[in-house]
Design a protein around this ligand. Structure first.
Ligand code: FAQ
Length: 337
């Protein structure tokens, strides 16, 4: 006698349980999946801030586009700034999959309701700053962003894969520029050291406040948006950068920097957290100028957006007319009946 096997009833899962199971299994949440409101809001906050940083981040380097010392350096810098515009666009597109609109995010940036990275509020005083931004700022960005390629939200993680590849090229071009300057004159070497002195601490602050003062880390780690804490990534950056500084022949401006044999890493001093707070809240050296430029560029570009929308509407109308014509064009007509 054949007995029919009765399948075990599958326990009904709530949407939340399904979401948690996907996160626990290291799989990806995709735009159509259910997600808690707070997960969505955290992603919009982080991705928008990241996108704004890429776009505002073009300004400090843009300052040197017309004054790059050779055609080769100008072409490299132009290509880097273009990459950053592209990164901003991938990231705005990733944010849009969460139900927000890029125009709305831009509005929030220029009205000061959304943040961008503190690092882009410092001035680029000499050409060595371009090299130091590549080496330290892109270096810090890579440390922070490689783990984001494993972020639990699919569109963000996938955008990060391409962005990280390009950031790594940016970092190398910065280091190569600095190596060239260090092989130059005494004045050029002094220029590099001065730029390192000014950018070192702001680069460490890019990783955010120390873990004890980071309100978002615990939840973002539990949701596998962030894979490491701010302090872990800051330490990783210092360990990676100290040997590069030694090879370059510059001194990092931290008297507390020393090798910790037991830990197998570098101990370093505490950044000035009051400076980070000031810069995040709009009181850095260039905050007002950066936002003003962004606002002006947005307003100057209004006619391009209008023209693009009008063109898209025209194309849609033409496609609509074609579809209507095709609907009237019956198979009988085609056979000449
Ligand atoms: N600047 O609780 P946490 C680049 C805010 S791209 C400004 O620790 P979270 C490429 C934070 O938003 C650089 N604000 O926050 C390039 C939060 O504020 P809220 C950008 C900061 O999110 C290179 C509050 O403080 N990269 O460089 C900063 O868990 C060269 C409390 O902080 C990314 O955006 C800061 N430094 O961790 C382009 C990477 N730090 O919103 C051109 C993605 C913290 O609660 C040239 N983002 N805040 O009011 C992340 O990994 C994270 O969002 C962190 C902050 C690590 C930045």
């Amino acid at each position: 006698m054949v007995t029919a096997e009765v399948a075990e009833p599958v326990p009904a899962q709530t949407q939340e349980e399904r979401f948690e199971a996907v996160i626990a299994a290291e799989q990806r949440i995709e735009p159509r999946d259910w997600m808690p409101d707070a997960y969505r809001a955290t992603l919009i906050r982080q991705i928008a801030q990241h996108a704004h940083s890429e776009i505002i981040g073009m300004q400090p380097e843009g300052n040197w586009l017309t004054r790059a010392p050779s055609l080769r350096r100008k072409a490299i810098l132009l290509a880097k700034a273009q990459d950053e515009a592209g990164h901003g666009l991938y990231l705005y597109a990733a944010a849009e999959t969460l139900g927000v609109d890029r125009a709305e995010l831009t509005e929030k940036l220029i009205s000061g309701r959304q943040k961008y990275s503190s690092i882009f509020n410092y001035p680029t005083l000499t050409y060595a700053d371009v090299g130091v931004i590549g080496w330290l700022v892109d270096g810090a960005a890579i440390c922070n962003q490689v783990p984001l390629c494993r972020c639990s939200y699919g569109p963000y993680a996938r955008a990060m894969v391409r962005i990280c590849k390009e950031e790594s090229f940016h970092q190398r071009q910065g280091y190569e520029l600095l190596m060239t300057l260090m092989r130059g004159t005494e004045a050029q070497r002094r220029m590099v050291q001065d730029a390192v002195d000014r950018w070192w601490w702001p680069s460490l602050m890019m990783f955010g406040p120390s873990d004890g003062d980071s309100p978002n880390t615990a939840r973002s780690m539990a949701w596998r948006i962030k894979r490491h804490t701010n302090d872990e990534l800051r330490r990783r950056f210092v360990d990676m950068t100290v040997p590069q500084a030694q090879h370059l022949g510059v001194t990092l401006p931290d008297p507390e920097l020393r090798w910790n044999e037991e830990r197998g890493g570098w101990d370093f001093g505490e950044p000035d957290w009051s400076e980070l707070t000031r810069v995040i809240h709009g009181q850095g050296p260039c905050n007002a100028q950066r936002i003003e430029r962004r606002r002006a560029a947005h307003e100057d570009g209004a006619w391009v957006r209008e023209a693009a929308s009008a063109y898209a509407a025209k194309r849609r109308a033409e496609a609509g007319t074609r579809t209507a014509d095709e609907a009237q064009h019956t198979p009988e007509q085609e056979n000449g009946k």
